[in-house]
Write a protein that binds this ligand. Structure first.
Ligand code: NAD
Length: 238
């Protein structure tokens, strides 16, 4: 490492949760393979067949409650606890494994499975049960709850906060993401232009690998704890 970083932004994707047993987007045979993205992850798909979409997310919400954080989530939580500078874990994941590992500085740019959003009054509720049976919103009483996840064609959450963190960052890391879904896939270019060093930790080269100053390839459960050790050792010496 050339210089000890102070402010870090970490982008995580489905790959960081793969070793916990949650399918990534493209895993053969996974939940996503059985459905077209347009049918289950777009506002148009929801309008056309709400039952199918609610059942799809009900299954994922149930599944996420049966898995545990892995060594990569735990290492990032350790970094979050120890890091004295700014740190933001921007996750594209809708699972809650970063939080369950103990990380606090987490932003869910694509929403959360364990949250329901009322399409009528726009309030959010922590939600662990199914939505298929159209339970009433605890706020307005309407049966208008949908998964609080950002579908393709919708605006990701908290982009202002993410860009404020990217502007302040001197290190940007991308972990377990294919670099295929925008705007998250564009963060590496923006972070670079804004002056951050960039590193990719992924099972294989991602679509945007060439944008990174450094790339390490392998399972997140092995790469991330080692990388966190390096960062914390560098900070101790600084
Ligand atoms: P993706 O499936 O497009 O890419 C996952 C990447 O992770 C791939 O490049 C793959 O090589 C890598 N990977 C797989 N196993 C890994 C491991 N053990 N260690 C390190 N890397 C590994 O996922 P994405 O880039 O996050 O984009 C897909 C979209 O789907 C996102 O918007 C996300 O919201 C959503 N999604 C979320 C979850 C979740 O919440 N856990 C799961 C699937 C999809």
């Amino acid at each position: 490492m050339d210089e000890t970083p102070k402010n870090i932004v970490i982008l995580t994707g489905a790959g960081i949760s793969a070793e916990s047993g949650i399918d990534t987007f493209r895993d053969a045979g996974g939940l996503w393979e059985q459905h077209r993205v347009e049918d289950v992850a777009t506002p148009e798909g929801f309008a056309a067949n709400p039952d199918l979409v609610q059942r799809f997310y009900d299954a994922r919400r149930a599944a996420v409650q049966t898995v545990e954080p892995n060594g990569a989530h735990e290492a990032l939580a350790r970094l979050d606890r120890a890091w004295k500078g700014e740190l933001l874990i921007v996750t594209q994941n809708v699972d809650d494994l970063h939080e369950r590992a103990g990380a606090k500085r987490v932003l869910h740019m694509h929403g959360e499975l364990l949250s329901a959003l009322c399409a009528r009054c726009e309030t959010r509720h922590r939600w662990s049960a199914p939505l298929f049976d159209r339970p009433p919103c605890h706020g307005c009483g309407e049966q208008a709850l949908r998964p609080d996840v950002v579908w393709f064609g919708e605006m990701p959450y908290a982009m202002d906060r993410i860009y404020a963190a990217l502007r302040a960052a001197d290190l940007f890391a991308s972990i377990g993401t294919s670099g295929a879904v925008y705007p998250a896939a564009g963060f590496v270019r923006d972070a670079r232009e804004l002056g951050a060093r960039t590193i990719e930790l992924n099972l294989e080269r991602s679509e945007g690998s060439h944008w990174f100053d450094e790339a390490r390839h392998g399972p997140a459960g092995q790469l991330v704890p080692h990388w966190v050790d390096e960062l914390l050792a560098g900070a101790d010496q600084a």
